[in-house]
Design a protein around this ligand. Structure first.
Ligand SMILES: [Zn+2]
Length: 247
């Protein structure tokens, strides 16, 4: 690791944190977006098609207009554990998919996102952090075929410390589990800052919905970030594009 070139951050920054929010939880619109805007932070919201309703679309379009990123979390959120579609009876578990079917679903979701935010390219968060459809990896072909810019994993404390230490198809992320306290989040941020690297944090609900972190704890974390102007709080795609361009 010692031989790898460190990331050189822009404008006197010393590290970067990517705040990412999954599933399109409504609590994020209420308790996250206004708090990020207060500090000028840009976040990334990975939306899933099956949970989006017509009434949500103007709100997410406005979130994008404010400079935040909308990302792809697939349409049906297929994971290894079967969450069978109770209406159609279709198997929506990852082992029932082929790689081609998964990539097609992701392309359709990309088009849906483009209709909302007008952007040509999107990044993805793997549902449940899992990337094997029918036992075959779909992450590498997805990125190689240019369907997705960068793809986020979960449940990792890994810090990205150089432009050669990360794979765009498998970007690590620290998961904020149910009931996590600000101290647990800031401990990870401090680790990232100490290493001069980049770190991703994954949230679901904030002050509501599921796998929820209390809105007060989330606010303590953003206060901590605001007290550290040497940390770049940018979108998932912006920060990773910057790192990738340093190659
Ligand atoms: Zn999810």
């Amino acid at each position: 690791m010692a031989t790898m070139a460190q990331i050189h951050w822009p404008e006197g920054k010393k590290a970067a944190i990517m705040l990412t929010y999954d599933d399109g939880c409504h609590s994020q619109l209420e308790n996250v977006v206004p708090v990020l805007n207060e500090h000028g932070f840009k976040g990334t919201f990975f939306l899933m098609g099956c949970y989006l309703e017509e009434k949500d679309i103007p709100q997410w379009r406005e979130v994008s207009r404010q400079g935040h990123e909308l990302g792809n979390h697939t349409i049906y959120h297929a994971c290894n554990e079967a969450q069978a579609d109770t209406l159609s009876g279709h198997c929506r578990a990852l082992n029932c998919y082929t790689v081609e079917e998964m990539l097609n679903e992701i392309k359709i979701m990309n088009a849906f996102l483009s209709a909302i935010d007008g952007k040509e390219k999107h990044s993805l968060a793997y549902p449940c952090g899992q990337h094997k459809a029918g036992g075959q990896d779909y992450g590498i072909p997805m990125v190689e075929q240019g369907i997705i810019n960068f793809a986020r994993m979960s449940d990792s404390e890994e810090v990205i410390t150089s432009n050669s230490s990360f794979n765009p198809a498998f970007v690590p992320a620290f998961t904020a589990f149910e009931g996590y306290k600000a101290e647990q989040l800031t401990a990870f941020i401090e680790k990232v800052l100490k290493q001069g690297g980049a770190g991703v944090i994954l949230f679901h609900g904030v002050g509501g919905d599921w796998i929820s972190v209390d809105a007060k704890e989330h606010r303590k974390m953003t206060d901590f970030l605001a007290a550290h102007p040497e940390i770049w709080v940018g979108t998932f795609s912006d920060v990773l594009t910057y790192i990738k361009q340093q190659r």
